[in-house]
Design a protein around this ligand. Structure first.
Ligand SMILES: *Cc1c(COP(=O)(O)O)cnc(C)c1O
Length: 428
């Protein structure tokens, strides 16, 4: 028997000799673009790079309007605000997602309704959406999680039937496609993040996408202190201090959520790299699925045939300990990490028990009244599938692991197999 790396054996991958592909990816193009911005002195405010990126991202996503802003949290918040969602309204979201999907709902004084997910792809379960609808429901926020896509056919049908808005949380899905339509072009608004770990990044940043011109105007204003959208590019330093947009002043109350030209410059170059990167992650992801599928107790995330283009943010798979002599998933992850020299994590914490989603720590902000205080208590929601996924099944690796060669992917499967063959060693 081979000795496991976690027990002092030789790891499957020696990262001093074979480092994993680097993330983020950048080159001369980014250097040149950043210097161009630096030397221009136009560092922010509807500059040429931002204007160009908005145009390119709208084209890429297949929508009429894309507007970039500070991050993928504020994109969700301004989407809710643009749709007029707030006090008295309920928004249905999956229980398994990053905390921002819920936090932005309470930040507009609405009530997040947490529902369970499908166990085979970890995305929101349309049946659970239907069960959660009340006369107060205004919107659904499906999240296209990790390598999967929420069932947009079912979700759009439900939304039409009950006259609900759909905000797609596409923080994991830049470039992903459902029935030939890009993520972010199917619902009323798409919300994207460019945070450092995401597969299109400027360190921080985000975009909203929509085909609706009125929503686009509102979204534009909401990220720019409420000013009416400005069609001409100008240097704000040339404007007078009292010169606020159009003559009739503010369009809608808001604050400053603008991106900088440095970020936009990086995003333009990153977007050029994205299609080839997505294709490579898809090829490697599909191959890794086929290899892991042969190991008892391991199940890849289901691939839906309606997903016509795959986009991976992280690579996730399911683990069943019964086939590993009862080895807990946390130990499995540690052992895999030791074999591969890359961080192996769990899924997001379910939002009904999430250390970063704790509205009751801030009564000054959220205790609007007693019934609202009760309604936003995350613990009132039952999410058995989310809990099982998080506590017993989830294994997640950063998407850079899919950016190398076929051999890299074979090594991941080899490491999983090694732990399978030696799981008893970890139980004593
Ligand atoms: C990253 C992420 C966000 C928030 O994006 P930030 O840019 O980090 O604010 C929202 N939803 C999901 C699902 C995410 O993964």
């Amino acid at each position: 028997m081979e000795k496991l790396a976690i027990k002092g054996g030789t790891p499957c991958r020696d990262i001093t000799k074979q480092p994993w592909p680097k993330w983020p990816v950048w080159g001369k193009e980014e250097e040149t673009a950043l210097l161009e911005v630096l030397h221009s002195g136009v560092w922010s405010y509807n500059g040429p790079k931002e204007t160009e990126f908005n145009k390119l991202f709208a084209e890429y996503t297949g929508v009429k309007h894309a507007i970039c802003t500070v991050n993928g949290t504020m994109t969700l918040q301004i989407s809710l605000e643009a749709l007029g969602i707030g006090i008295g309204d309920e928004v249905i979201i999956p229980g398994l997602t990053w905390q921002a999907t819920a936090a932005t709902v309470i930040d507009v004084n609405a009530t997040p309704i947490l529902v369970d997910v499908n166990e085979d792809n970890w995305c929101i379960d349309p049946k659970e959406i239907e069960n959660a609808i009340t006369p107060r429901t205004k919107a659904i926020i499906p999240v296209h999680l990790y390598g999967a896509f929420a069932d947009m056919d079912a979700i759009i049908n439900i939304a039409k039937k009950h006259k609900l808005y759909v905000i797609e949380d596409c923080a994991h899905k830049h470039g992903g496609e459902w029935n030939g339509k890009k993520a972010g072009s199917i619902g009323d608004i798409g919300s994207f993040s460019y945070q450092l770990s995401k597969h299109l990044t400027a360190g921080e940043g985000g975009s909203v996408t929509t085909n609706n011109p009125e929503l686009a105007d509102k979204l534009d204003a909401l990220r720019n202190c409420g000013r009416k959208p400005e069609t001409t590019i100008f240097n704000p330093l040339d404007k007078g201090a009292g010169d606020y947009g159009d003559d009739d002043g503010n369009f809608i109350q808001s604050g400053n959520l603008r991106i900088t030209e440095f970020q936009a410059a990086i995003l333009i170059e990153g977007l050029k790299r994205l299609p080839a990167q997505n294709a490579r992650r898809n090829t490697n992801g599909e191959y890794l699925n086929s290899l892991l599928d042969q190991i008892p107790g391991i199940a890849p995330i289901a691939r839906d045939k309606r997903e016509t283009k795959k986009a991976y943010f992280n690579y996730a798979f399911r683990y069943y300990k019964d086939d590993f002599n009862g080895l807990p998933v946390a130990t499995f992850r540690k052992a895999l990490e030791a074999e591969l020299g890359i961080i192996v994590g769990a899924s997001y914490e379910p939002l009904n028990n999430c250390s970063l989603y704790v509205p009751h720590t801030k009564p000054s902000r959220y205790k609007l009244n007693d019934s609202y205080w009760k309604a936003i208590d995350p613990k009132r929601f039952s999410l058995p599938k989310c809990e099982r996924i998080f506590k017993e099944q989830s294994v997640c690796i950063h998407h850079k692991a899919l950016m190398g060669t076929k051999k890299d992917v074979e090594l991941i499967a080899k490491a999983v197999k090694k732990i399978y063959n030696n799981s008893k060693e970890l139980l004593d």
